[in-house]
Design a protein around this ligand. Structure first.
Ligand SMILES: Cc1cc2nc3c(=O)[nH]c(=O)nc-3n(C[C@H](O)[C@H](O)[C@H](O)COP(=O)(O)OP(=O)(O)OC[C@H]3O[C@@H](n4cnc5c(N)ncnc54)[C@H](O)[C@@H]3O)c2cc1C
Length: 231
């Protein structure tokens, strides 16, 4: 892990209270797709965010930060980034990065801004031309919560990616999956034993998914998620 100083290249809203942040490190940084960094707010206050960019694009570190009014933890980070042209970060962190050794089909299940984790892994696979089978399940309260769904649909054109959006509060004309994202995965994969599963999102989601997925045959060593270091 290293501490590095980064120039804040941009902080721009993607949608409502979700921000795309681009940081330019002094020098290119190496990390594993799906790892995270910590923004140093103070010596005893470092806040984790998943890297949304792939290791192959490490000149710019991209983050997606959900910072609604009621979330001062993330809001303070956005305010700091907007005010200061430079920020200190520590990286890389996390044991849930992409496992290059496994050849199993990949299932990435994310909720909300957990999408940044999926983006890093999928863009890494594309950048390194790995023709792997990828199932991306992205859960949100509504379509607005799936703030880059157009990008996810574009990945489907690569053939190797199947994107399944799952909405908790779907509009009447929605014909896709409804409910909680892990429920959609359970319905589609009655036997999960042959999958390599990557998870990012709320801790509660990671927790219920671990219990349900292992009951449905997923060996625990084939389940990856940073949440499991915290819960
Ligand atoms: C290592 C680490 C990295 C992080 N990286 C980021 C980051 O890059 N950006 C960021 O903004 N925050 C990050 N966080 C903070 C936190 O994890 C996110 O705020 C959170 O995942 C985002 O949830 P959301 O509000 O977007 O999802 P929500 O909108 O609350 O939920 C989205 C979907 O998740 C599922 N879900 C939610 N709750 C449950 C539940 N109780 N049971 C079952 N399913 C559920 C549902 O399908 C729901 O539709 C990080 C935290 C850690 C520890």
């Amino acid at each position: 892990m290293k501490r590095i100083s980064c120039k804040v290249a941009s902080v721009s809203p993607i949608l409502d209270d979700i921000f795309n942040v681009e940081l330019q490190p002094q020098e290119s940084q190496s990390f594993v797709a799906g790892q995270y960094l910590q923004i140093v707010m103070a010596e005893d206050d470092k806040r984790p965010f998943s890297l949304a960019s792939s290791p192959e694009q490490s000149d710019v570190l991209e983050l997606h930060i959900g910072a609604p009014e009621g979330n001062p933890y993330a809001r303070q980070v956005i305010d700091k980034l907007k005010k200061s042209g430079e920020v200190e970060v520590e990286m890389p962190f996390g044991n849930a990065g992409f496992d290059e050794a496994s050849q199993r089909p990949i299932l990435i299940m994310v909720g909300g801004t957990g999408f940044s984790y999926a983006k890093s892994i999928i863009e890494h696979l594309v950048d390194t031309e790995q023709d792997r089978e990828i199932y991306l399940y992205w859960g949100g309260r509504n379509l607005g919560g799936l703030y880059l769904h157009e990008l996810a649909y574009q990945w489907e054109e690569l053939d190797q990616v199947k994107f399944v959006p799952v909405l908790e509060q779907a509009m009447p004309q929605w014909t896709g999956k409804k409910g909680l994202v892990h429920e959609a995965v359970l319905e589609d994969f009655p036997d999960m034993s042959g999958l390599e599963v990557y998870i990012a999102g709320r801790f509660e989601m990671a927790d219920v998914a671990r219990t349900a997925f292992t009951k449905q045959g997923l060996p625990i060593e084939q389940l990856h998620g940073d949440a499991y270091e915290f819960i």
